[in-house]
Design a protein around this ligand. Structure first.
Ligand code: ADP
Ligand code: MG
Length: 382
């Protein structure tokens, strides 16, 4: 081979490589959906079971039929995994086992979970944790500090006092609230990175990962699905959504944003995304009425009461479902102004939809073009 031929063949290789790169770039982005496609989501024409109870934003509206769909009852919620391509069933076993393991370790209701053991040993001795549980507790602790307690991993005593996750919630007396509030101090949670241990300094304290564990499970499940080589899937963990790749027709996933008005259902808007987690915190999810007043399940540790920040819901759109979960709680407790400010300042890559009690919707600049309001009682503000 002479020098000229040699150069030619090298150039040929470079061209092939560039062509391959261009292909990757094209397949990385989902194609634009059509208008008529979107109306399917507006009408809420999802699959059977796509609106699970009152907590699913109806993620599967108008996506077409998945090849396989499996539902699990784990983490105190309904989990639906929909895979939109040919796959073998082992992936569903792997996902089940993974989430089951997370529940066993991190549940507050299972007496022998690592998190329950921490509470049982409160005021007595530090508890050594598995690497995974320690990492989630640490993430919850860090966001508690970072958000100045808007997210509060030590909120357990308040959550238990109000019985909000039980069949008999109630409005406690002022003294009880004061005591539980005092017990819900994340400053009294002592972590050891070297030992991977957690110590609650006072008996009666407890950790609650309810605002982050489902998000963590979403990331863990998505990782398994990707490891199985699957590139088109939709995960719904009780309303926490994780999307993988594009829909089979090559367009982005259209995720219905749950109507946050108490007692209503359906969607009020549609977000088009790919490879994103979408997590909403809202007062509509778990709540009760007492003495003509409405109480929900997200607490403000600074008052001891369900947070009253003027919001019906906050939705976070992020690459990480763990991050989306923790930030949805932070932003919901902080309210529109402080919450928006916080996200824009510290989480540039994250997008959000805030819905106020006045039915106004505020979105971050990154999703202005991919979010459509479908209920005309709501309007885009800001
Ligand atoms: P959901 O669990 O309905 O998806 P969130 O992610 O906002 O909603 O989590 C709410 C749960 O987290 C509550 O049920 C409770 O267990 C716990 N929690 C309540 N208030 C807080 C708070 N301020 N910080 C951290 N966890 C909280
Ligand atoms: Mg959350």
């Amino acid at each position: 081979m002479n020098a000229m031929e040699n150069r030619k063949s090298t150039t040929g290789k470079v061209i092939v490589l560039l062509a391959a790169l261009a292909l990757v770039a094209v397949t990385n982005a989902c194609a634009q959906g059509t208008g008529s496609d979107l109306s399917g989501a507006q009408a809420g024409q999802g699959l059977p079971g796509s609106q699970n109870g009152n907590d699913s934003p109806g993620a599967q509206a108008g996506q077409g039929l998945p090849q396989t769909q499996v539902r699990y009852d784990l983490l105190n919620t309904a989990i639906t995994i929909s895979i939109y391509e040919e796959t073998d069933d082992r992936v569903f076993d792997d996902v089940f086992n993974r989430i089951f393991g997370i529940e066993q370790a991190m549940s507050t209701t299972l007496a022998h979970s690592e998190i329950s053991t921490i509470a049982a040993m409160a005021g007595k001795t530090p508890v050594l944790l598995s690497d995974e549980t320690y990492a989630v507790v640490k993430a919850a602790y860090d966001i508690s500090v970072e958000s100045d307690g808007a997210f509060n991993l030590a909120i357990g005593p308040l959550v238990k006092l109000w019985g909000i996750n039980t069949a008999s919630p109630r409005v406690p007396g002022l003294t009880e609230i004061e005591i539980a509030q005092n017990m819900s101090d994340f400053g009294d949670v002592i972590l050891s990175d070297t030992e991977k241990s957690v110590f609650l300094t006072r008996e009666g304290m407890s950790i609650d990962l309810g605002a982050i564990a489902k998000g963590y499970a979403g990331d863990a499940a998505a990782e398994i699905i990707r490891d199985h080589g699957i590139s088109s899937a939709l995960l719904d963990l009780g309303g926490n959504i994780v999307t993988i790749g594009c829909k089979p027709d090559g367009t982005g996933w259209r995720i219905g944003l749950r109507n946050p008005i108490i007692g209503e259902s359906g969607y009020i808007g549609v977000l088009t995304v790919q490879d994103k987690a979408i997590v909403t915190s809202g007062g509509y999810e778990r709540n009760f009425v007492s003495g003509g007043r409405f109480y929900h399940h997200i607490f403000d540790g600074k008052t001891g009461y369900p947070s009253e920040s003027g919001l019906l819901s906050v939705t976070i759109i992020s690459d990480s479902s763990t991050e989306a979960d923790k930030l949805s709680t932070v932003a919901f407790v902080l309210g529109l102004d402080a919450g928006m400010d916080y996200l824009l300042r510290f989480y540039e890559d994250v997008d959000a939809v805030f819905i106020t009690e006045g039915f106004e919707i505020y979105v971050t600049p990154g999703i202005k073009d991919s979010f459509v309001i479908t209920d005309d009682r709501f309007s885009l503000a800001g």
